[in-house]
Ligand binder design. Structure first.
Ligand SMILES: Cc1ncc(COP(=O)(O)O)c(C=O)c1O
Length: 339
C-alpha cells in the first residue's frame, strides 16, 4: 500500500533503495585501543564504527549511517528473535603494501547476501550500494586491519527481520560490523580431525541452513570426543541410495571440503560436492576451483604448488591430502581423520 500523498492523487509508492550518497557519518569520540593481534579471539573484538540502515515498507531503505559501534534497540517480538529471520555474510579486508585496504572478491559476498535475503523473504537491497558502503566503513576503520601473518579484518554484514508477528518481515535492519581476527585455528593450517555426523544434518534438500546454532551441539559433542570439527553427511535417498547407498559428504564444520584423489596414472583428481542446494556456494571453494582450472595444462594434468604428488602411482583412488576452506580458514591434510 502506498502512503497517502498530500495532493490526494494516487502515485505508486516511492520506495528508496539503499543509497551510499545519503550516508551520514558520526565519528566516535572515544576510540578504543587497538588489540594485540596475538590475543584476538574470532568474532569477539569489534572496531570503533558500524554501518546501519533500516527498511520499512513505506519509505524503503533509510539513509545509511556509519556510527560508533554499540548495542541495538529492537522490539523483542521481532521476527529475528522469534523466527530466526537472520542472515549474514563473512568476508575479509587486508592492507595492501601501500596502506590501502583490499577486499577479497566482495561482490560475491554481497550477491550471496542478496540471495539469502530472497530465500528468507527479507527486503531486497542493491548489492553494489552495500559494497560501496562496506568499502567506506573499512576505509574509516582501516587502522583496525591487523597486518600480522594470518590476521585480517573480518567483515560481518548482517540483515535481520524487525517486524513483530509471524511471517515474512517487511521491516529489517541491515548492519555491518568489523572484527580484527587472528587465524581461526591457532595451531595453524595443519591437520584437524573430523567426526562424521550421522545423527544431525547441516542442510537438507529444499531447506536452508540459515543459522549456525543447530550445528553447535554436534560440534560440542565432537569436541568432547576429541575431534576438531564435524564432517557433515547427508543420507543418500531415492535412486542415488539404490545406486550408491550410504552417506554423502557435504561440508566440514563451516567449510567446504575437497578431497584429493590419486589416479593410477599418477595424476590427481580434486573432488568437491557439487552445489546441489545443500552446499554453501563458498567464495573460497569457487576460488580453489578457479585455481585448479588455471593450473590444469592442455593434457588435463594438474600441477598445483603446495599439493604434494600422490604417494603411489599404483593405487587407484587412494586418498591424498584433503582440504577444507572458507573465508575464515584454509586447512589441509586430515591425518587424524580416522580416529
Ligand atoms: C557452512 C559454510 N560452508 C562454507 C563456508 C565457506 O564460504 P566462504 O568461502 O564464502 O567463506 C562457510 C563460510 O563461513 C560456511 O558457513
Amino acid at each position: 500500500m502506498g502512503r497517502q500523498r498530500p495532493s490526494g492523487i494516487f502515485r505508486p509508492p516511492l520506495i528508496a533503495d539503499l543509497d551510499p550518497s545519503k550516508l551520514i557519518i558520526t565519528l566516535t569520540d572515544s576510540p578504543k585501543p587497538l588489540p594485540n593481534p596475538e590475543n584476538l579471539v574470532f568474532g569477539t573484538t569489534m572496531s570503533d564504527h558500524m554501518l546501519v540502515a533500516s527498511f520499512d515498507p513505506v519509505d524503503g531503505w533509510s539513509a545509511p549511517e556509519i556510527k560508533p559501534y554499540g548495542p541495538l534497540s529492537l522490539d523483542p517480538a521481532s521476527t529475528c528473535f522469534q523466527y530466526a529471520a537472520n542472515i549474514f555474510e563473512g568476508m575479509k579486508a587486508h592492507l595492501r603494501p601501500d596502506g590501502t585496504p583490499i577486499l577479497f572478491r566482495p561482490e560475491m559476498n554481497v550477491a550471496r547476501l542478496g540471495r539469502s535475503a530472497d530465500r528468507l523473504a527479507l527486503p531486497p537491497f542493491n548489492p553494489n550500494a552495500l559494497l560501496e558502503l562496506i568499502r567506506k566503513l573499512v576505509a574509516l576503520d582501516k587502522t583496525w586491519i591487523p597486518t600480522a601473518a594470518g590476521c585480517s579484518l573480518y567483515i560481518r554484514p548482517t540483515l535481520i527481520g524487525t517486524r513483530p508477528g509471524v511471517g515474512a518481515s517487511d521491516r529489517a535492519l541491515l548492519y555491518v560490523i568489523l572484527s580484527p581476527s587472528g587465524p581461526y585455528f591457532r595451531k595453524g593450517p595443519t591437520s584437524i580431525s573430523l567426526l562424521a555426523a550421522t545423527q544431525n544434518v547441516r542442510a537438507w534438500p529444499g531447506g536452508t541452513a540459515g543459522n549456525y546454532a543447530p550445528g553447535f551441539l554436534p560440534q560440542l559433542e565432537a569436541a568432547k570426543l576429541g575431534y576438531d570439527q564435524v564432517l557433515w553427511l547427508l543420507k543418500e535417498t531415492g535412486e542415488d541410495a539404490k545406486k550408491k547407498g550410504g552417506w554423502r559428504v557435504t561440508e566440514a564444520g563451516a567449510m567446504n571440503i575437497f578431497v584429493v584423489l590419486s589416479r593410477e596414472d599418477g595424476d590427481l583428481d580434486i573432488v568437491t560436492p557439487s552445489l546441489d542446494g545443500t552446499i554453501l556456494p563458498g567464495v573460497t571453494r569457487d576460488s580453489v576451483l578457479h585455481l585448479c582450472k588455471a593450473h590444469t595444462d592442455k593434457s588435463k594434468k594438474l600441477s598445483l604448488p603446495g599439493i604434494p604428488p600422490p604417494k603411489s602411482s599404483t593405487r587407484t583412488k587412494s586418498h591424498s591430502p584433503s582440504l577444507t576452506c572458507s573465508t575464515g580458514l584454509l586447512n589441509t591434510d586430515y591425518s587424524k581423520r580416522s580416529r
